[in-house]
Design a protein around this ligand. Structure first.
Ligand SMILES: *Cc1c(COP(=O)(O)O)cnc(C)c1O
Length: 235
């Protein structure tokens, strides 16, 4: 377990690397939001990161996240759901999280909107895209986006903000670059074809081993776990 000083140093190291990657391609460092992925890490690590100025935190599993969210409710943190969302958890998610990164079909989006309306919350939505046709992974196919965008346009409490990518694991981070480029290109094409830019502004892509490349290719949100908190004992 990292002590608070070590955690602070790692966090500021990651922030510096994001800023440098952004400047390399002429972007403002403030155009990239860092989500600290705290899955499997305990509350004191989250509190230490919060004390070091970290606002956005990401979790994979609803069950694991809910107690962390309620225990830190006084800290004003923003919580991001990164993992697959089962429909029986939708109600809990809309009242606890700020952003869902893993919406991958129109019916699920409709459910999230209905639940958010019923609970009096608003929630930001990213649509997870599967660019590699991976049978084991979640994510919408690019051609399914049109129908998801149609539903998004009618949502009242779920606000679509952009796209999320979890590319196949590759040994060399440079190999992920073509996926990042493909996600940005897909977004630009949709906007070119008339989609509302406001619902496609965010690109959530890049993790510990490749976030600098993602920033170079246009990421507005990077999701970084182990580079901040250390290696996870279990996946
Ligand atoms: C775990 C996870 C991350 C962070 O992974 P690291 O390699 O620890 O940075 C990012 N995104 C998703 C969807 C994850 O599940």
């Amino acid at each position: 377990m990292l002590d608070p000083l070590a955690l602070r140093a790692r966090l500021s190291g990651v922030r510096d690397r994001i800023a440098r990657a952004a400047r390399r391609v002429g972007r403002e460092p403030s155009s990239v939001r860092l989500v600290a992925v705290s899955k499997t890490f305990p509350l004191d690590q989250i509190r230490a990161a919060s004390e070091a100025g970290q606002l956005d935190f990401g979790e994979n599993k609803v069950q694991e996240a809910l107690p962390k969210i309620s225990a830190t409710s006084s800290l004003g943190l923003r919580w991001h759901l990164l993992g697959h969302l089962q429909s029986n958890k939708v109600r809990k998610v809309v009242s606890s999280f700020d952003t869902i990164h893993s919406i991958d079909d129109a019916a699920l989006l409709r459910k999230v909107d209905d639940a958010a309306i019923a609970s009096g919350h608003t929630i930001d939505i990213l649509v997870q895209i599967d660019l590699a046709n991976e049978p084991t992974k979640h994510g919408a196919k690019p051609e399914e986006l049109t129908s998801i965008l149609k539903v998004a346009a009618t949502c009242r409490a779920a606000r679509m903000r952009g796209l999320m990518l979890l590319p196949p694991a590759v040994g060399d981070p440079e190999q992920a670059r073509s996926y990042f480029v493909a996600l940005r290109t897909l977004r630009d094409k949709l906007v070119g074809d008339g989609a509302d830019r406001a619902v496609l502004g965010e690109l959530s892509m890049g993790m510990s081993h490749d976030f600098e490349i993602a920033v170079e290719e246009g990421a507005t949100i990077v999701r970084v776990g182990s580079a901040i908190f250390g290696e996870r004992d279990h996946p």
